[in-house]
Design a protein around this ligand. Structure first.
Ligand code: NAD
Length: 352
């Protein structure tokens, strides 16, 4: 066994079907009596149903969560916190809504109960990205780690197929990078591998039948496993490149992960050969990067940066930004290699 260090994170996770009905008990167990429910505008109906279910335990509903946690939205939500006298927040939705709950917790230290409805994994991490004046900054702070996470498979049955696919590949990316992170430990690596196995098995079945309960359960379990991995270990080229592309060109979060993942894996294939062998074994393929590209294509995921709206002239800018702010990666960062990676991802060519 290689030497390792493991900083375990606190937190309570409840997983099952129909677990929404236990939310009142979870809020009370935290010693809270006034929950502010958070959603996006698109999931406002889900939020209203939760408010009705919670009765006197709910003090209001803020339905303005938006992608990349804009500070203006958080400020409006903070006014609602003050107006309602909330003593906890309940974020029900994907990474955007969970991000708003974390931003409120950062400012108030209010406890968070989170009900994830996508596979993004933010619920298991002490990480928050916030956007102000078009610039997204990421911070790691234990104040933003949610206290309680309730996974209810029933809530994911209506997740649209395109979000299911891109969000699932986003989750797989956490585990792929988790396997070669210098912070990896035997427990996170087991979880990472099992998370990839669960999602890679479930996603093709969900494309065929998005309401299939068994695959929905497997996918949500995989999201938990990948999210817990993301919460414990540091990420590298794949996540940081997606962050640069998302922030600079306004590309959609999960779809950008879907396009970049096989190419970032190819870039790191030689330096992270052990991690790639584990991914290949789980996928049942010879070469992990090509296997991931084939999986994404089979799932009907977006395959090119072009279709996400990135201008081809932007490739050089993305390379310059990466080289100006270098970070640890299994394969050292190199402008020529990054240029080739982004060209292949822009065109949608299979990774070499
Ligand atoms: P999202 O939260 O923006 O959700 C996408 C859309 O799907 C939204 O309109 C949402 O309302 C809708 N939706 C979600 N669940 C649904 C359901 N079950 N049924 C119907 N519609 C549903 O997207 P996301 O990919 O989950 O999150 C992306 C955001 O999360 C980004 O801002 C990203 O930076 C952040 N994120 C943060 C972390 C972290 O650790 N801090 C990790 C992953 C993602």
């Amino acid at each position: 066994m290689e030497p390792f260090a493991y900083n375990a994170l606190p937190g309570r996770f409840v997983f099952g079907r129909g677990t929404m009905s236990e939310l009142g008990r979870e809020i009370t167990a935290l010693g809270c009596t006034r929950a502010l429910v958070l959603t996006t505008p698109g999931q406002a109906g889900m939020g209203e149903r939760l408010v009705a279910q919670l009765g006197d335990l709910a003090c209001g509903h803020f339905a303005g969560a938006a992608m990349h946690t804009p500070v203006e939205v958080t400020e409006t939500a903070m006014a609602k916190v003050a107006e309602t006298g909330a003593d906890c927040v309940v974020a029900i939705g994907g990474g955007s809504t969970i991000g708003l709950g974390k931003a409120i917790a950062l400012r108030t230290d209010l406890p968070q109960v989170v009900v994830p409805t996508t596979y993004a994994g933010s619920e298991a991490t002490p990480v928050l990205g916030q956007t102000e004046n078009g610039v997204k900054t990421i911070q790691r702070n234990m104040r933003v780690l949610p206290e309680v996470v309730v996974y209810d498979v029933e809530l994911t049955l209506g997740l649209p197929v395109d979000v299911t696919v891109t969000s699932g590949l986003n989750a797989i990316a956490h585990s792929v990078e988790g396997l070669y992170s210098p912070d990896a430990n035997p427990l996170t690596s087991l979880l990472a591998e099992d998370g990839i196995r669960a999602l890679a098995g479930a996603l093709p079945r969900l494309v065929a039948d998005p309401t299939a309960s068994g695959p929905r359960s497997d996918a949500l379990y995989g999201a938990w496993a990948c999210g817990v991995t993301l919460g414990v270990v540091g990420m590298a080229l794949h996540h940081k490149l997606c962050h640069t592309l998302g922030g600079t060109f306004g590309l959609p979060h999960a779809a950008t992960h879907s396009v970049i993942l096989p190419h970032a894996m190819a870039y790191n294939a030689r330096a992270a050969s052990g991690a790639m062998a584990r991914v290949a074994r789980v996928l049942g393929v010879e070469q992990a990067p090509r296997g991931m590209w084939d999986l994404a294509k089979r799932l009907g995921a977006p395959m090119t940066l072009a279709e996400l709206g990135m201008p081809r002239e932007g490739i050089g800018r993305a390379v310059d930004l990466t080289m100006a702010n270098p970070y640890w990666n299994p394969e050292p960062l190199d402008a020529h290699g990054l240029q080739k990676l982004l060209e292949a991802a822009w065109d949608g060519r299979p990774p070499e």
